[in-house]
Design a protein around this ligand. Structure first.
Ligand code: COA
Length: 379
């Protein structure tokens, strides 16, 4: 038995396994840098295409380069009838959006191989919104909307989801979100993507595996439940009662706590500001007040519940508020996260391939040794 193995590090906390120039997290100070920019500056200023270009090339594009890059991504958005058919089936059978995305990402990229990783990366980024929107249209009993090459990434995504051209405020709101969560150090899904290509597998496989990793509630699956929680608290008007009940039952409060941050997640502030504008405009500022009050109540209760652990607001909390504000249905919150993070996954995959070393950690064996075999008829 290797119980108490001093080399064992469950969850790889504090272990560095890759060099990256893509993003940097200071978890104690609550500072996030993406491609060299503070997250709030990038989130406010960039189009999603510029953020992806920045991650791929480590610099901002010139105006001509941006036009070319935008056109190139736009030209890779379409999916064939066979892919539409599998998404239709997933929607009609009520399968979750993340499962449809995982299947759609694989089905839409059957032709991709390991020969041109950057072309695969562009295709995966371009096609994720089409897959999600097609699935959603079928789920709503509507026909899918063909992508439009003249719209930028975020605008086209909303257009395909909603069937009409979105207003600029919604596009900017969504784009702020997409820029904010595009990359975040070596989180579980990004680590998955790097691990997949470290075997010299391909970028499509990396992105598909990363979708499966993102799906879990400890990673990207929290914002849907956050919205349900906030709506129910808004109705009951009793945030203290809700928090007490959950914590006494030993449950976790969704939207709080983080493996790396010990202070408020800096992405929460960016998304909070963006969300506030929407609720103001929509005349729903009561609900937004509930959200902000609940944050205070929850953080205080968590400090009493786990003294010294610093459980603060994470990105998912205001993601729920902002995505709801721009009109993304809650069933698609985690797929929206994937629509953004695929930029980070693929940039990490390309970075890993540039200077690859097979990722292959060890495990601590805690089973028996020297068992002797008993034939089946004697057991
Ligand atoms: N609500 C209540 N308690 C929480 C909590 C939360 N949101 N997050 C952590 N804790 C508690 C844990 O139960 C644990 O208590 P224990 O020592 O008695 O078991 C303690 O704080 C330490 O948590 P730990 O499991 O070590 O944290 P982690 O680094 O593994 O987990 C998260 C980080 C994000 C998975 C965790 O905080 C969580 O589950 N949050 C809720 C889900 C969520 O918002 N996910 C989105 C992440 S961006």
């Amino acid at each position: 038995m290797s119980d108490g193995d001093e080399d064992l590090n469950r969850g790889l906390e504090g272990i560095k396994v890759a060099e990256t120039r893509l993003s940097d997290i200071d978890g104690e100070a609550g500072v996030l840098t993406i491609g060299g920019f503070p997250v709030d500056e990038l989130a406010r200023s960039a189009t999603y295409e510029e953020s992806v270009f920045l991650l791929f090339e480590d610099r901002l594009p010139t105006a001509d380069e941006l036009d070319d890059f935008r056109a190139d991504l736009a030209g890779r958005r379409a999916i064939g009838e066979e892919v539409q058919a599998v998404l239709q089936r997933a929607a009609e059978e009520g399968k979750p959006a993340m499962d449809a995305l995982r299947m759609g990402a694989a089905a839409a990229n059957l032709d991709a191989g390991a020969e041109d990783p950057e072309a695969d990366a562009r295709r995966v980024i371009a096609v994720f919104p089409t897959i999600v929107a097609t699935y959603w249209r079928y789920r709503e009993g509507a026909e899918p909307v063909e992508p439009r090459e003249d719209l930028r990434h975020a605008a086209n995504y909303l257009y395909m989801l909603q069937g009409e051209e979105p207003d600029e405020a919604a596009v900017r709101g969504l784009e702020t979100y997409l820029n904010t969560v595009i990359d975040h150090g070596l989180n579980a899904s990004t680590f998955t993507a790097r691990t997949v290509v470290s075997t010299e597998s391909d970028v499509v496989s990396a992105a598909t595996a990363a979708v499966g990793t993102l799906k879990g509630p400890l990673h990207g699956g929290a914002p849907g439940p956050v919205l349900d929680m906030l709506r129910s608290i808004h109705e009951s008007g009793d945030p203290e009662g809700y928090v007490r009940e959950k914590l006494e039952a030993g449950e976790r409060l969704m939207g709080f706590g983080h493996r790396v941050y010990r202070v408020r997640d800096p992405r929460a502030a960016v998304l909070e500001t963006a969300a506030a504008e929407f609720y103001d405009e929509a005349g729903d500022s009561d609900f937004f007040e509930t959200i902000e009050d609940f944050e205070d109540v929850a953080v205080e209760a968590l400090a009493e519940h786990k003294p010294g652990r610093d459980l603060e607001t994470n990105v998912e909390f205001y993601t729920a508020a902002l995505l709801d504000g721009v009109g993304v249905p809650k069933e698609l919150f985690t797929t929206c996260f994937a629509v953004s993070r695929v930029g980070g996954w693929t940039a990490h995959a390309l970075e890993q391939l540039d200077d690859n070393r097979l990722i292959r950690p060890l495990s601590a064996y805690v089973g028996d040794h020297d068992r002797s075999w008993t034939p089946v008829d004697e057991r």
